[in-house]
Design a protein around this ligand. Structure first.
Ligand code: CMX
Length: 135
């Protein structure tokens, strides 16, 4: 089951500028900056109640974020849902006909196992499943 909107990912050109902008907008500072080299992104996180905003800038031109901004400009890039059991959710969505962008869960930002669902199979929305990594 999808439990809540864990975060909304927003693609930005310049992380520093956007951190300052979102600090003004949200009235609170980001609590974390993290580079995820496997995804070619730099991220920052803001808490909004039980959800978060993730700002993403491209680390290199092959990054999904660089391609997204080139095609569509800055803006909402994905919606991430928290799940209890990512493997079970992936199996459920696969069986429902959604195209998953990775075969097995991968390590994402903010201590999460993640999997993306192709936007072409979800009404144009890039969906991320994320499960907290429990130590
Ligand atoms: N939301 C909605 N649609 C999107 C999209 C997004 N974020 N990114 C791409 N698309 C659309 C494209 O505009 C394109 O539409 P058209 O065919 O109508 O032009 C279509 O999807 C396919 O795009 P593409 O150019 O053929 O494929 P891309 O090489 O751009 O790849 C995608 C798109 C979603 C498969 C790829 O970005 C991906 O695998 N994403 C998952 C990983 C990711 O996004 N990582 C960065 C975030 C990591 C993090 O959160 O930490």
């Amino acid at each position: 089951m999808l439990q809540k909107i864990e975060h909304i990912g927003i693609a930005v050109k310049h992380l520093d500028n956007s951190n300052a902008l979102f600090e003004k907008l949200l009235g609170s500072a980001h609590y974390k900056i993290e580079q995820v080299l496997s995804e070619g992104v730099n991220t920052s996180f803001f808490k909004i109640g039980e959800s978060k905003i993730e700002l993403l800038s491209a680390e290199n031109e092959d990054s999904a974020i660089a391609k997204f901004i080139e095609k569509r400009g800055e803006g909402i890039h994905h919606i991430a849902f928290e799940v209890e059991d990512i493997a079970a959710e992936m199996e459920r969505l696969r069986a429902e006909g959604f195209k998953l962008l990775n075969e097995v869960p991968k390590k994402g930002a903010d201590n999460k196992l993640i999997c993306f669902v192709h936007p072409k199979t979800a009404n144009g929305v890039l969906v991320e499943l994320c499960q907290e990594i429990r130590s």
